[in-house]
Write a protein that binds this ligand. Structure first.
Ligand code: E4P
Length: 215
């Protein structure tokens, strides 16, 4: 399973990269706003250090506007993936962009049929938002299972990118379901690594090492 980091913060991205397990980055307008940086400078700074896919989201809500923004983003680097919301105009834009060879990550997906339409339109990635579904008492991971099954039934190439991940249990379930990608806040990447028995065991080994005669 690929691991992306879900942030536009360059320091967090560099920290995750230093762990050696980072495959890509996802951003959205809210994450860029949090950095306080101008949009284009923020994205270009990320593109300078990340060789893998970097998702950059359009803000136009009409087909022509989305396509124009997407083409600008795609001109910045070969690894740009354009994020398009799964609305009526977005669906048209996914088809146009995919036909032109621009990779699209379809965002704000909350239903299996939205995912099916995105795949039919040629999306490279579908981003179902699991945490936001959990927040309204709907099982987000059930949606992931449905999308994985539907895509498998018809051999769609669209990759399932689990988004809005809030905790390690989402990641475990994603891996068991065979999702292609999880995009994670740095905090969740850290949580994946942490285990109290690892810390306790290391502490004991190091304490015992002090008792060993050296040389
Ligand atoms: C990533 O592609 C999404 O924009 C992001 O995971 C949304 O996460 P949130 O629901 O925590 O804002």
């Amino acid at each position: 399973m690929q691991i992306f980091i879900d942030t536009a913060d360059i320091d967090e991205i560099k920290e995750a990269q230093s762990l050696g397990v980072l495959d890509g980055v996802t951003t959205n307008p809210s994450l860029v706003a949090k950095t306080g940086k101008p949009f284009e400078a923020c994205i270009k700074e990320i593109l300078e250090v990340v060789p893998g896919p970097v998702s950059v989201e359009v803000v136009a809500t009409d087909h022509d506007g989305m396509v124009a923004e997407a083409k600008t983003f795609a001109s910045w680097a070969d690894n740009v993936v354009v994020k398009v919301p799964i609305i009526r105009e977005g669906l048209k834009a996914i088809k146009t962009l995919s036909d032109e060879g621009i990779k699209v990550n379809v965002t704000l997906c909350f239903s299996p049929m939205q995912a099916l339409l995105a795949a039919k339109a040629g999306a490279a990635y579908i981003s179902p938002f699991v945490g936001r579904l959990d927040d309204i008492s709907t099982d987000g991971m059930e949606l992931i299972q449905q999308v994985v099954d539907i895509y498998g039934n018809y051999a769609y190439d669209t990759e399932v990118l689990v988004a809005s991940v809030r905790n390690p249990l989402h990641v475990v379930a994603s891996a068991l379901m065979g999702a292609d990608v999880c995009t994670l806040p740095l905090k969740v990447i850290d949580q994946l690594l942490k285990h109290p028995l690892t810390d306790k065991g290391l502490e004991a080994f190091l304490a015992d090492w002090e008792k060993v005669e050296k040389g």
